[in-house]
Structures are given as structure tokens and as C-alpha cells.
Ligand binder design. Sequence first.
Ligand code: SF4
Length: 477
Amino acid sequence: MAATLFRKVWDLHSVRTLPNGQTQLYIGLHLVHEVTSPQAFADLRARGWRVRAPERTFATVDHIVPTLAQRRPFLDLVAEEMTAALERNCREHRIPLFGLDSGSQGIVHVIGPELGLTQPGMTIACGDSHTSTHGAFGALAFGIGTSQVRDVLASQCVAMSPLRVRRVDVRGRLAPGVYAKDVILTIIGRLGVKGGAGFAYEYGGEVVDRMSMDERMTLCNMSIEGGARAGYVNPDATTIDSLRGRPYAPSRDEFDEAARWWRTMASDPGAPYDDVVTIDGTAIAPTVTWGINPGQSVPVDGRVPDPMAATGAERDGVAEALAFMSFDPDQPIAGTRIDVAFIGSCTNARLSDLREAARIVSGHRVARHVRALVVPGSQAVCTAAEREGLDEIFRQAGFEWRAAGCSMCLAMNSDRLDGREICASSSNRNFKGRQGSPTGRTLLMSPAMVAAAAVAGEVVDVRAWLPAAPAGVERRL
Ligand code: SF4
């Protein structure tokens, strides 16, 4: 019988149905970081338990590490303590740790795919909401809480309820200056931040088929912002090519056999979906959030809403967001003055993101009143970018070039907004207080849009900033 990837991977990893109706699901890969693991390891120790499958568990430091002065001990005592605790726990349980001196450290959702740990057909868990990123490879990847981190450490299993599957078909082709970030903001804007509750999103259609793995990761990363528990793309030739030669991918002898199996995990033609949504990719414009959740967005040439045009509870939500952001009803989003430009996070700090942003800023200067920083998603991204001279392009334009980490995505280190600052950000959440100041304001957009805003000092349409591509060369990230 035709089945979706979700159904195939779920069934393959299902251990048993629990008395409460949930499934005990085996986890093929557990990714661990310094912030959500200390309590889980402490619980394990208190019960005298060991890590069940250290060979399926990998750790890194990303959330709280400084991106400026990385000499140990860190000046921030909490960061030092959390990092030291993870090092102790990894040593005690023989878990590989990609620390600051490894050359492979970085945001957990950047390094997993980079190292080839993330593979099609897997179940993946991590104590971070944006674990859905790994679904780009045709895996079922779930963000879990600290008590579930303990469960997975102890049993390599997690208790979960099965999900329904919504196919999200993005048809047509994207125009130049329109990126995966614009696609996912458009999807969330249309389906709502709670629209995916109880669903896994399967992304497909011509736009997704043509996307690079970096773009697919951006798409899947923000599934959780649309309320979906997971998001994935069926594995195809792009997926398989991207895995070849990665350190933890199957070796050359075993690769072709693994690739054949990965392809069988893709949803079958005629597979049943619980819902199907079609999005016209040709109609998507560069998109910017105006509010306090990622569903509150408009095309860059659009206007923020007027609460009087909304109904019921929605009216209050719009009014609250506009008041927090200090927008007038029906105000154009373009021209909004920014104070900070942040290119980083597990959504948009991969090499192709930095390349595209550098293409925009090359030869320009960041506006005088803007503080701009680039934080690569991993040490490998940082090294590759430096090899290409991207760091110099950013520095010459007036950006700060930082070391890898989560940084201003959630501001657990000293990278944070001050007071009412407005930040053009390539990250994934615009919640109140997310970037470190309770009153700070976040405008989510693509890294190319952030780059253009940094130079212009205000929100602008990146389509007017694109350098002309050489004749016959198609844009492909
Ligand atoms: S970059 Fe932001 S969303 Fe991604 S793992 Fe770090 S804190 Fe979480």
C-alpha cells in the first residue's frame, strides 16, 4: 500500500504502543547541547542510570557560548559552568563532543547535517525546538524537552503520539531575490502559527525540488513556527549528493546501498495525506515580519495590517503586536528604520546564506547608525567562508565577523539588543524579548534582505539590490 515517508519511518522505529496510546519510538540520532542537557544528565546520575546508546549520541556547545572572547574559562560564569558540565557528562558517558577546539563545533542543527550524522529515514531528537531542520534530509526530527532528553539518554526512546501529514506543495519557480525564508514565512503567514498543530509537514513541489539542501533546511527549520511537530522533504538526488563524502555518512563501499534504501523511504506516488495545501511560488515576494510571531508577516512592498480590518480575537492580537512594534495601522513595512542587523542562527547561517548576503553588501558600507554582525552557523562554515574571502567582504562593509554559535537568535550570551532597538534578523523567532531585551523588536527576513537593510539603514526590497548575474547563469544557492 502506498505510504508517506512519515508513516514508513514512524513504523520502522515504533517499539510498541504504550497503555496511554502513545508510541514508544526508537531514536536513531540524539543531538545534545549545553543548555537543555545538564538537568537530564543529573537525573540520570541520581537514578544510577547510564546512557543507553552513546554511539548514537553527539554533543556540541552552541546556545550560550560567546562569539567574541572564547578563551576558557569564559567570563560569563553560567556559560562556563554549562560548558564544563557538558564536557564532564560527555567524558563520563563516552559521548563524542564537538567542542570549541574540535574544528567541528557549531549550532547543533548546522553541524549534524554538515558531519553527515543526519541521514534519510532516521528518527532524530534534540532538546531544541528547531530540530525539525533535519527533516530536510528525509528524517523525522523532533524537538524535545529536558525530561525527554533524559528519557532518550536512558532508553534511546521517546513516547510520542503519531502525527497527521499535511503535504505542502510549492508550485512554480521563485523569482530572483526570493528565498526559502520567504517561502516558509509565506506558508506560516497563510496557515497560521498554530495551523500545523498535530501535523508533520511534507514539503514538495517544483520550488522545493529545485532547492539546495541549505534552502530545504531553512524551510524545515521553521516548521515548528507554524505549529507543526516536524517537517520534511523526501530524499532525492540532491539529498544523496549532499551526503556523499561527509565524515559520518556511509563509507564509499556502503554508500550506494544506503542511497538505494534512502530512496525507498520517500513517500510513494498516491500516498494518502490528511491534508494538501498548494502555494504559488511565483507569487511569493521577499517577506518581512511586522509583529511578535512569525505568522505576522507581509511582502516587503506591503503594509502592516489595520486592526479595524480584523475580526474578534485576531483584532486584539494585531493591535497588541502593532503597539509593541510601534507601527501605525496600514503603515508600509519598507522604510522601517533598523538599529541592528543580525545574520546568523540555525535558520540562515550556512555558507550559501553568507555568500548571498556578501553578494549584496559587497562594495557597500553598513549605514552609520546600524550595528551589524555575521555569526556563522559552525566553525566549518566560518572556515569555508574565510577561505572564500567572505569575512573580508563583510568586515570591509562594516559588519562584525564573529565565531560560531546561536548568538542573537536567543541572546543567551552577550550578543543582545539594547532597549527598544529594532533588529533585521535572519533568525526564526520574533517573540517579545527573544533577542535579549524585553522591549527589543525583531523583523524576520532572509539573510539577503538583512544585508540590504544593514546597508540602507532601513527595510528595503532586496530585489532592487541584486547584482546582475552573468548571462546564462542561473541563481542557485
Ligand atoms: S540558533 Fe536559535 S533556534 Fe537555532 S538552535 Fe540556536 S537558539 Fe535554537
